[in-house]
Design a protein around this ligand. Structure first.
Ligand SMILES: *Cc1c(COP(=O)(O)O)cnc(C)c1O
Length: 383
């Protein structure tokens, strides 16, 4: 094994998760599979074809480069939507090749018009409106301006969507804000329809929004994290489970990210472990060194905080995460030895390291860990 870590992607877990989402959202709601950040670290080239086999024909990426990677491996009839970045110089090519893209900026709208005229085809827009996240999205006055431009140039625009993005539906703390956002999108929808423009899809929900707020589903949901078998937050999971009679997690982890024990040693009581003084051994310790560090995508914020599985047992990361190594406490595993498999994310025996196993850390770190797994590590598809 030339790489210090290995990644397996489970085809049956993908099928399980997509089938669950399809059953849960029913036919009326179209699912857009969000595959930004290299399919949350799972690998676009490995993940997307398996999802398409399950009947999904809509994919979302953050930028044009990712969208082109998806285009290469899907059917011609499958739709691809760009949620974020298209360089002004790339917009013409994006329109020509039929990509759908978010428009939240007057400059992008007028550029799109210019290129659509040159090409004599319709640009496929998703008008993004500001509902309370305060990130991208037209404010109301710009929205009205955009409507006027679209009305005057109907031959050059196809309004595929009217959309927005929720500001944290994975936490009940944001309940009031989320409810108000959904309401605002409804108002925007009525308004655009009253101007004689009917967007094909209205959409605002990510995974947590779609699960916890059925009224946020409209006609399309943009599902990222759940397809990969992770819940957006522990809270979202508990909220969902409390409404079910069957008490097992319907999702399966798709990724298994592994490494192995490189060396083992004993540390005397009172000694510090790793750089500096952030961890002191209050008892004699046995530690295992694992060849993965922040340069391999294992965040420094997991210092003294992360957990891995060895022989099916959860073990704590002790001390600072180094550039290429972590130090793991294996004092409680008498049989740990050099070469043993270490699971960083995924299942081992009856235990799982899920996104929210790092429970003390915000779930944002978990999205971060997946999305930062280096692209050069080969992803191997397994059953
Ligand atoms: C990332 C993203 C999603 C998917 O979010 P999940 O929580 O992973 O489901 C949906 N919509 C937009 C605009 C996004 O950027």
């Amino acid at each position: 094994m030339s790489y210090s870590t290995q990644i397996h992607i489970s085809k049956s877990a993908i099928k399980n998760n997509i089938n669950f989402l399809q059953r849960h959202f029913k036919n009326k709601v179209r699912i857009s599979s969000v595959v930004k950040a290299n399919a949350y670290g799972h690998g676009i080239e490995q993940f997307v074809p398996e999802v398409e086999k399950c009947g999904i024909n809509h994919f979302s990426t953050f930028n044009f480069a990712e969208a082109k990677r998806v285009r290469k491996i899907v059917k011609d009839t499958t739709d691809i939507m760009i949620l974020g970045w298209v360089a002004p110089d790339d917009l013409k090519e994006a329109i020509q090749d039929g990509y759908e893209f978010f428009v939240f900026e007057m400059g992008r709208l007028t550029n799109a018009l210019k290129y659509a005229k040159e090409l004599n085809i319709k640009a496929k827009l998703h008008l993004e409106v500001e509902t309370g996240l305060n990130r991208t999205g037209f404010c109301h006055s710009e929205f009205l301006q955009a409507i006027e431009i679209i009305k005057a140039n109907r031959d050059y625009f196809e309004v595929k969507g009217l959309c927005s993005h929720l500001a944290g539906p994975e936490s009940i703390a944001n309940h009031v804000r989320v409810k108000s956002q959904i309401k605002k999108l409804k108002t925007y929808k009525e308004e655009i329809i009253s101007h004689g423009i009917t967007p094909e899809y209205c959409h605002i929900a990510c995974s947590a929004g779609a699960i916890s707020y059925p009224e946020a589903r409209f006609d399309l949901v943009r599902v990222g994290i759940m397809q990969y078998g992770f819940w957006s937050s522990k809270e979202t999971f508990l909220r969902f489970m409390s409404s079910r009679t069957k008490k097992h997690d319907p999702l399966k982890r798709v990724i298994c990210w592994k490494s192995q024990i490189m060396t083992i040693k004993e540390v005397k009581i009172g000694e510090f472990i790793s750089y500096g003084t952030s961890y002191v051994a209050f008892e004699p310790k046995i530690i295992a060194i694992v060849p993965i560090g922040y340069s391999n995508g294992y965040s420094r914020s997991l210092s003294n905080n992360g957990r891995v599985l060895i022989n099916g047992v959860p073990c704590s990361v002790v001390g600072l995460v180094n550039m290429n190594m972590i130090i793991v406490d294996v004092t409680h595993i008498f049989s740990a030895k050099v070469g043993d498999e270490v699971v960083i994310v995924g299942d081992q025996k009856n235990h799982t390291i899920t996104v929210d196993s790092f429970s003390e850390i915000s779930q944002q770190v978990n999205y971060e860990i997946l999305s930062r797994i280096p692209r050069e590590i080969p992803r191997v598809l397994v059953e």
